[in-house]
Design a protein around this ligand. Structure first.
Ligand SMILES: Cc1cc2nc3c(=O)[nH]c(=O)nc-3n(C[C@H](O)[C@H](O)[C@H](O)COP(=O)(O)OP(=O)(O)OC[C@H]3O[C@@H](n4cnc5c(N)ncnc54)[C@H](O)[C@@H]3O)c2cc1C
Length: 411
């Protein structure tokens, strides 16, 4: 049986390994990879450390445009648990370690994960075919016909593992919707893909805060509707608010902005204090040190660039004495520390995003990751309309669907 795998990323490699372990003849497996090397995205994961999974797995850690997709997710999580994930890596010679539930290779190097996957493939005799762009897949009488560069190739099974080009790994001349469009009966179930796990651009001038890293809670709103919220280290660039908490809410921002809705982010720079506690702290400071300059007030609490930004917004001059701050401005200062609000104008581009929302609806595939209407065609990884939160969930999805598709291909 000739098996073609499109894409030598996390899910494509895992699918090939799984197919071989399930009895497929390695000589009949071809991995077509558009770039000149395997697993480029794996090397970029987890800042080069590869957060390859998470001990806590639940459908709520993933998003999909179709609520019906939850059924697929529940099935996936129960058939491929965190224990299965660790065992898979164990079998490749990768010892996993947990940091608060986030799983990494013990080496803390993404390159060791890629090496282990490639060693397994190469020792079975599978050499991916590089610089091979698949532009079209069609059904033929007895299988599939693939257009690879300028040639036509036949196969009996095809595993679509080509991702959606997040992180700057887009392939020129390869539009996924064109590539496998003829396989999809309901083309509306291939959703427009939008950046997820990325920073948010804002309309306010935040250039003075560029480079700041600060702890805080970020909440995303469309009008009064709370779309998401998360806490941790925030990062500011010249035009963007970023950091893991922002990544976690970015897909909701993407979706609402795509619907042309007005979206704001509200940052609580002191989530460990209530407004009343902050007010008491400030009043106490003013009473104890009435002669101190205003810029001393937030000195031990906030990054100085952020504090300056807030004084400016509150209409307070840092050089005055704290006892001279009008009470209205103190109230405004407290509000700004607790609810620093920005208008979201967009997300960072696909090139900067760690994943995409959109892709092929999980409703179109069965529990073996096979397209329900196309016997022998499987879909894995990022190409599916499922995107995970930060924390190893997207790689989990890639390994899990790759493994399931690979072992099902021989059935
Ligand atoms: C900077 C960054 C950091 C990340 N960190 C993490 C992390 O720590 N933890 C985590 O869980 N997730 C992380 N992710 C997300 C994770 O990397 C992806 O979800 C995962 O790699 C998707 O795997 P995949 O195999 O489905 O797709 P991909 O990794 O995108 O692989 C697809 C492959 O197919 C090839 N291809 C595409 N089109 C064609 C074509 N037409 N013909 C032939 N080949 C083609 C591509 O070149 C690519 O090699 C990160 C992503 C980025 C960008």
């Amino acid at each position: 049986m000739r098996i073609s795998i499109i894409g030598c990323g996390a899910s494509g490699m895992t699918a090939a390994i799984s197919a071989i372990r399930s009895g497929a003849d390695p000589a009949q497996i071809t991995i077509y990879e558009a770039s000149d090397r395997p697993g480029r995205k794996i090397l970029a994961t987890g800042n080069g450390r590869c957060n390859l999974g998470n001990e806590y797995l639940d459908a709520s850690c993933f998003y999909t445009s179709d609520r019906e997709g939850d059924e697929f997710l529940d099935e996936l999580i129960s058939s491929f648990t965190a224990y299965d994930l660790k065992s898979f890596f164990d079998s490749l010679g990768i010892i996993t370690v947990s940091k608060n539930g986030y799983l990494y290779p013990r080496s803390m190097q993404a390159s060791s994960v890629l090496n282990a996957l490639m060693t397994e493939l190469n020792s079975a005799g599978v050499q991916p075919v590089y610089s091979s762009v698949v532009t079209c897949i069609e059904r033929s009488d007895d299988g599939f016909l693939l257009k690879v560069n300028d040639s036509q190739v036949k196969c009996d099974r095809v595993i679509l593992a080509s991702g959606l080009g997040s992180g700057g790994f887009e392939i020129k001349n390869s539009d996924p919707a064109v590539m496998f469009g003829s396989l999809l009966k309901d083309k509306n179930r291939f959703r427009n893909n939008l950046p997820a796990l990325c920073g948010l651009t804002v309309s306010e001038d935040i250039t003075s805060c560029a480079g700041v890293r600060a702890k805080g809670r970020v909440s995303l709103y469309s009008g009064d509707e709370l779309l998401g919220s998360d806490e941790g280290e925030l990062q500011f660039t010249k035009e963007c608010i970023s950091g893991i908490p922002v990544f976690q809410i970015s897909r909701q921002a993407s979706v609402y902005l795509d619907m042309e809705r007005y979206v704001t982010v509200c940052i609580d720079l002191m989530p460990e204090m209530t407004s009343d506690e902050l007010s008491s702290y400030i009043m106490n400071y003013i009473n104890t040190h009435p002669d101190r300059k205003i810029y001393e007030l937030l000195n031990g609490m906030l990054n100085d660039k952020l504090a300056k930004y807030i004084y400016l917004k509150a209409g307070i001059s840092g050089r005055d004495e704290v006892s001279k701050i009008p009470s209205d401005n103190i109230d405004r200062l407290i509000t700004l520390c607790k609810e620093l609000t920005f208008t979201v104008t967009g997300t960072e581009s696909k090139e900067k995003a760690q994943t995409m929302c959109g892709g092929i609806s999980p409703c179109l595939i069965d529990k073996n990751c096979m397209l329900k209407d196309v016997n022998g065609a499987y879909v894995t990884g990022e190409l599916l309309d499922i995107d995970g939160k930060c924390g190893g969930y997207n790689l989990y999805l890639a390994w899990a669907t790759g493994l399931i598709a690979g072992r099902s291909v021989m059935k």
